[in-house]
Unconditional design. Structure first.
Length: 149
C-alpha cells in the first residue's frame, strides 16, 4: 500500500477533527471542539501558520500530521514544529507516518524552513525510537510552555 499524502484543505476539517480527538484522548489532552475547530480552520486557510497533511490509504482517512511555523535565529531563520502525528490503528506499521514525515520535510524545505523539530510524549518510546531513525535528535533541552488562555 502506498499512502496518499496531501496538504489538507478547509473542506477536510470534519475528517480531521475526529482523528485529532482520538490523538488527544490517547495523550490525555483536553479536546474542546469550540476551541480547536477555529484553530484548525485557521491553519487550513492561512499557509503562513503552517499546514496539515492528510494521509489517505485506499482512499480512506489514515491519519494526519500538523506542522506549524516559527522563527529561530539559532537555525538561521524559519523553523517548523511537527506538533501532531496520528495514524489510525488499522494503518499503523505500514509506512504511513514515514511517508507523511518525508512529505512534511520536503514541504518545509520548499517553503524555506531551515530546521524541523517535533514533539513527542516522554513515555512514547516507540515513537521516539522511530523519529531517531528518521534523523531527529534530542538537543539536550527541555521544552517548557505556558498557556496564555
Amino acid at each position: 500500500m502506498t499512502p496518499d499524502i496531501q496538504i489538507a484543505s478547509p473542506a477536510d476539517i470534519d475528517t480531521l477533527l475526529p482523528m485529532i480527538a482520538q490523538l488527544y484522548a490517547h495523550e490525555h489532552i483536553p479536546f474542546n471542539d469550540a476551541v480547536l475547530r477555529p484553530a484548525v480552520a485557521s491553519l487550513l486557510t492561512d499557509s503562513a501558520l503552517g499546514f496539515i497533511c492528510l494521509m489517505r490509504a485506499d482512499e480512506a482517512p489514515a491519519g494526519y500530521l500538523i506542522t506549524t511555523f516559527g522563527y529561530d535565529i539559532e537555525f538561521g531563520g524559519r523553523q517548523a514544529t511537527i506538533t501532531d502525528v496520528y495514524v489510525q490503528p488499522e494503518f499503523r506499521r505500514q509506512g504511513v507516518a514515514a511517508a507523511a514525515l518525508r512529505f512534511a520535510e520536503q514541504t518545509c524545505r520548499e517553503r524555506g524552513v531551515r530546521a524541523l523539530e517535533l514533539q513527542v510524549s516522554d513515555g512514547n518510546t516507540a515513537a521516539r525510537d522511530a523519529y531517531k531513525k528518521f534523523g531527529f535528535v534530542t538537543p539536550g533541552r527541555f521544552v517548557m510552555n505556558k498557556r496564555l488562555v
